[in-house]
Write a protein that binds this ligand. Structure first.
Ligand SMILES: *[C@@H]1O[C@H](CO)[C@@H](O)[C@H](O)[C@H]1NC(C)=O
Ligand SMILES: *[C@@H]1O[C@H](CO)[C@@H](O)[C@H](O)[C@H]1NC(C)=O
Ligand SMILES: *[C@@H]1O[C@H](CO)[C@@H](O)[C@H](O)[C@H]1NC(C)=O
Length: 358
């Protein structure tokens, strides 16, 4: 219990640091990142690059180069861009955007075919591993290339994975996480899907691995994070994506990606990424509090601690139960909604105090 408390305190401290970080830098972060990219943007020749301390070797089995999955880094030479898609962070929309930047059709595929846009075999996007090792290494070390990633606050991302891959698409979780279990456990697993048990889902993220709930920090090898020069956030995805597009410049006609593909946005939906057309609704704290108990929040803070540990990810902090008063407020609200239709006679007075009328 004491250990748990200490852990919690420790996490709270980290969180407070993160909050300050996010507050101080949320907007400044991108501009400063872009500024530093710009100022370090010198034409180095290959020999200079080898003399540069920061030159990093790409190995055949580095995650960014070797991983056989859908979220491979996408390269767009025209804009000198290497983009690292992260599952559950508006991936479909980003792939449509990237296709558009490559001059390919960008319509949202008809229902049920969204996977075609995700699959590198079908989406016609060029990925880092399409290049020979030496070329990919040179690009990753080349300051002219912008290496961009968008991330999402982990609690929100996990809830989104739960709602999408457990509640909505029952087959997804069943195939990946229930089927491999021994028969009795498999049956229990199916039952938990039926009951939409968030606790069960979170527990299983620890033994049943999948990109949708994988730690985002692991999408890029530790050593390569120093080369990432743009980190955008799901929370202000529209603003961040706009900054990125305004920064990227075509080496064909000198126009920015914003001027060429961003400004007009999607034909149907107005400005792109404004409403998240891929159906990943941005979770509000209220929505999170509907699913997260204090225990589940602590669970995620512990198991996904690495996500908050790295300043580069710079999450807007969501802390549902950190503050005692806030916690009581949420617990009361939960109590009210859970019991409003039940026999327990509890009501809340205008000051938020519980009146128990028994
Ligand atoms: C870096 O990339 C730019 C744009 O593709 C290219 O013109 C330049 O030659 C590259 N620099 C090196 C050292 O490879
Ligand atoms: C949900 O899952 C947890 C963890 O596996 C379990 O302890 C709990 O009893 C389950 N709740 C329901 C309603 O099945
Ligand atoms: C709940 O409290 C109200 C107000 O005191 C009372 O009128 C009502 O009968 C109670 N309901 C139950 C189920 O006890």
């Amino acid at each position: 219990m004491i250990a748990l408390r200490e852990n919690f305190l420790f996490i709270s401290v980290i969180c407070i640091i993160c909050i300050s970080f996010a507050v101080v830098t949320s907007d400044g972060w991108i501009s400063s990142q872009i500024a530093s990219t710009q100022s370090s943007r010198k034409a180095l020749d290959a020999e200079d690059m080898y003399l540069n301390d920061e030159y990093i070797r790409l190995e055949e089995n580095d995650v960014i180069y070797s991983r056989q999955w859908w979220e491979k880094p996408v390269v767009i030479e025209e804009y000198s861009l290497i983009f690292f898609p992260v599952p559950k962070v508006a991936c479909t929309e980003f792939k449509l955007l990237l296709r558009r930047m490559m001059g390919l059709p960008y319509d949202m595929p008809a229902n049920g075919e969204v996977h075609l846009i995700q699959d590198p075999k079908h989406n016609n996007l060029k990925t880092l591993d399409d290049y020979p090792l030496e070329e990919a290494e040179a690009m990753m070390n080349n300051n002219t290339f912008t290496k961009a990633i968008f991330v999402r606050e982990p609690k929100e991302r996990l809830l989104s994975a739960f709602l999408n891959k457990f509640v909505k698409d029952k087959f997804y979780f069943r195939n990946i996480c229930c089927k491999p279990l021994p028969q009795d456990q498999e049956q229990q697993c199916n039952e938990m899907i039926w009951k939409q048990n968030f606790t069960y889902f979170l527990e299983r993220t620890q033994d049943c691995h999948d990109p949708h709930w994988q730690i985002q920090y692991d999408v890029v090898d530790e050593k390569w994070w120093s080369k990432i020069d743009f980190v955008g956030h799901m929370h202000h995805i529209h603003v961040d994506a706009k900054s990125l597009l305004k920064f990227l410049r075509s080496n064909k006609d000198g126009l920015t990606a914003w001027e060429k593909v961003g400004k007009e946005g999607w034909e149907k939906n107005g400005e792109f990424l404004q409403q998240n057309g891929a159906g990943h609704a941005t979770g509000s704290e209220q929505k999170l509090a509907k699913y997260y108990t204090r225990e589940l929040e602590v669970f995620v803070e512990e198991k996904y601690a690495i996500e908050w540990k790295h300043d580069i990810l710079g999450f807007d902090e969501i802390h549902l139960y950190g503050d005692e008063k806030e916690q009581r407020r949420i617990e009361k609200r939960n109590l009210r909604s859970h019991h409003s239709a039940s026999k327990i006679n509890v009501s809340i007075d205008p000051n938020g105090e519980i009146i128990n009328r028994e």
